[in-house]
Design a protein around this ligand. Structure first.
Ligand code: ADP
Ligand code: ASP
Ligand code: MG
Length: 247
């Protein structure tokens, strides 16, 4: 059993949250699964990095911005690996380029093209929990690229597709997908499941709970995504095709 888990910024925002996420990962590993966890930058780190860059040069080149912004995710996987080590688990961190995530050269909004390395598989076979930085890859020039805001979801789905994962769980700070943003609408209704098409319509209408390209990629490869909370044990929302739902 191979599981891809993804943890967003709020889920790893501080020390306590890092350990909570480490325990979720450890739980899956303890049950015998091979685990690949994709991690976002902590809390509002990416926004803060952008602010700091703008204060230096509001017209910084896209290439430099990408190399710089990719560091947020490098910090969070590092801390998570240290937490797992502390809990007695053996984890290895891989950046987008170490993991072999090849993208096109549209800096700031790059598209994942392929997984050009077997490094993740080798690490899993060596018994490691693999922690991959979300939101980034590398292009044919050998440069770091980023996938656009919210792009860690797409990293997770791409890895689930390339690795033929059995499960792709997107952990976030709400316990699933609702018909409108549950933070602003106390009467929002949660979906147990919804189709790729419906999810894409929600995103087009402004629901930024998933990166649009992650759903596009999931649909293309027939990957069922579960969106769930890293804060509660509640079951989440499954995003899949009509036919898969009947399985
Ligand atoms: P993460 O950092 O985990 O990637 P995001 O902030 O990208 O999390 O996405 C989760 C947020 O999406 C929630 O906190 C919620 O406010 C917002 N959201 C907007 N629309 C919806 C919706 N229809 N269903 C669920 N969450 C939604
Ligand atoms: N850290 C990036 C962002 O804030 C990517 C992500 O969180 O998915 O957009
Ligand atoms: Mg997100």
């Amino acid at each position: 059993m191979l599981i891809v888990q993804k943890f967003g910024g709020t889920s790893v925002a501080n020390r306590e949250r890092i350990f909570a996420v480490a325990r979720l990962i450890a739980q899956a590993a303890k049950m015998g699964a091979q685990v690949v966890a994709v991690v976002s930058a902590q809390g509002d780190m990416t926004d803060e990095l952008i602010e700091r860059a703008i204060a230096i040069n509001p017209r910084a080149s896209a290439r430099e911005m990408d190399a710089y912004l990719a560091t947020g995710e490098q910090m969070s996987v590092g801390l998570l690996a240290m937490a797992l080590e502390k809990l007695g688990y053996s984890a290895v961190t891989l950046t987008g380029w170490q993991a072999g995530l090849e993208t096109d050269s549209v800096y700031g909004n790059a598209r994942i093209l392929r997984l050009g390395s077997d490094r993740i598989v080798r690490e899993l076979e060596g018994g490691k929990i693999v922690l991959v930085t979300g939101f980034q890859g590398w292009n044919e020039a050998g440069d770091i690229t980023t996938l656009g805001r919210g792009g860690s979801d797409t990293t997770a789905v791409a890895l689930a597709a390339f690795l033929h994962a059995d499960l792709c769980k997107i952990y976030t700070d709400v316990d699933g997908v609702y018909d409108c943003d549950p933070r602003n609408n106390p009467n929002a209704m949660k979906f147990d499941w919804l189709s790729y098409e419906k999810m894409r319509r929600l995103i087009a209408g402004g629901a930024q709970v998933l990166h649009d390209r992650s759903v596009e990629m999931a649909q293309q490869h027939g990957i069922a995504i579960e969106v769930l909370s890293s804060f509660t044990g509640n079951p989440g929302t499954i995003v899949c095709s009509e036919t898969r739902r009947g399985d």
